[in-house]
Design a protein around this ligand. Structure first.
Ligand code: HEM
Length: 395
């Protein structure tokens, strides 16, 4: 590998970025002309840039990832803001994710999972685990979290995947751009109506919590709640679905460790934590320099895009012993699959809870489930998100 061949847009890289990450860590910082951005891959460096918001800003997160297709440009966004704006939003939003609320949803989440397994359990049935199972769960859970009408989940799915596709906008047709605009228009109208309704009749759900949120005379505006609602839809959907697919793919690749979990389901959280390290669903973070700054001896100019690689940091040999070995007994943890610093994933407990419960129910209800094909997993064509594109299995 050379600096010239380090290309996150290439198919080879996207199918297996880990050799390229090794090179990135050796070089410490690389400029990638195709993406006009500086790439950082060592654990300590990624941690450092994610935790210095005054120098490496999140403010351009949407501008870099979604461009003109920002779904709520009129409001400050939780994920695309820096302190003190971010601190204020996070303080108002945090209580909605309290552990007691998540615990109270456990039985209902299990019911959602069972309802997706029910049509699949016939012995000998072959299906796409990713498309027919993993992808169906997170949006039902978000609808439950918001206590919204389940009949709109199909729309949630279309809106969320269409809006997220804006990261590929440069290679899209005008008709596809129109589609993104339509998804933004429809989702905005839906959530603004929902917020108005919850202002009149608040209940026990996350949108009502946002409506009620108050701190030292401060509260959230409708536009801020709109931005948050769509962020939950976009941030909590594909991440969780990709994690679930990767969990199955990695466990089938490591049958001796899968056996340990089958014999002792209390080890499921350890296995999921190690998959988060080994195949992080979110591989990169998009930052922006507020001034000229040095990282690892390399000077990065002011107003430059900097991409930190969680996926590379999680495989850093300086941090993890035998980083390319999947090992659920690993002693040293501390992966950064949920980010690091002020923007640490707000939904990490919910996401984990969904995937733990899903794996447990799959093991109980489809104990003989196995891959229907041999050969390597086909991964999503992306340098940003990671998960199986498809995963054919037989019951
Ligand atoms: C289980 C899979 C998930 C993974 C791997 C994941 C990963 C991440 C990462 C890496 C970040 C940091 C982004 C940054 O630094 O700019 C983040 C932030 C965030 N995530 Fe997650 N996430 C997951 C599930 C969820 C779920 C289920 C929700 C909610 C329903 C959620 C909501 C959020 C929100 C709101 C933020 C922004 C927090 C802030 O800016 O303060 N995530 N997530």
């Amino acid at each position: 590998m050379t600096t010239k061949t380090f290309n996150p847009l290439s198919a080879d890289y996207q199918q297996n970025p880990y050799e390229a990450y090794k090179y990135l860590r050796e070089q410490r910082v690389l400029f990638v002309p195709e993406l006009n951005s500086w790439w950082v891959g060592r654990y300590e460096d990624v941690r450092g840039i994610a935790n210095q918001p005054g120098v490496f800003s999140n403010e351009k997160f949407h501008e870099i990832s979604l461009g003109e297709f920002d779904y709520a440009p009129e409001a400050e966004s939780l994920v695309a803001s820096d302190p003190p704006i971010h601190t204020r939003l996070r303080r108002l939003v945090n209580p909605a994710f309290r552990p007691a609320r998540l615990l109270s949803l456990a039985e209902k989440i299990k019911k959602i999972i069972d309802s997706k397994i029910d049509p699949l359990v016939t012995p000998g049935h072959t299906f796409d685990f990713q498309h027919d199972f993993s992808e169906l769960i997170p949006l039902d859970v978000i609808a439950l979290f918001m206590n919204t009408d389940l009949s709109r989940v199909q729309d949630f799915r279309r809106w969320s995947s269409t809006m997220l596709s804006a990261s590929q906008r440069a290679s899209m047709t005008p008709a596809q751009h129109d589609n993104i605009r339509l998804a933004i228009r429809e989702s905005r109208a839906y959530f603004l109506a929902l917020i108005a309704e919850r202002r009149k009749n608040p209940g026990d759900d996350v949108i009502s919590d946002f409506v009620r949120a108050a701190d030292a005379g401060d509260s959230l505006t409708d536009e801020e709640i709109l931005s948050l609602a769509i962020l939950l839809l976009n941030g909590g959907n594909e991440t969780t679905a990709h994690l679930l697919g990767s969990v199955m793919a990695v466990l089938w690749d490591h049958p001796e460790q899968f056996e340990i979990i089958k014999n002792n389901p209390a080890r499921i959280p350890d296995a999921i934590d190690e998959v988060l390290r080994y195949e992080a669903p979110v591989q990169t973070v998009f930052l922006w320099t507020m001034r000229e700054v040095e990282v690892g001896g390399v000077t990065i100019p002011k107003d430059a895009a900097v991409i930190g690689c969680w996926g590379s940091a999680n495989r850093d040999e300086r941090q993890f012993k035998d980083p390319d070995t999947f090992n659920i007994d690993r002693e040293k943890r501390g992966h950064m699959a949920f980010g690091f610093g002020p923007h640490f994933c707000l939904g990490n407990m919910l996401g984990r809870q969904e995937v733990i419960a899903s794996l447990a129910r799959v093991m109980e209800r489809m104990p003989t489930l196995r891959r229907a094909t041999t050969g390597p997993i086909e991964w999503l064509p992306s340098y940003w998100v990671r998960g199986p594109r498809t995963l054919m299995v037989t019951v």
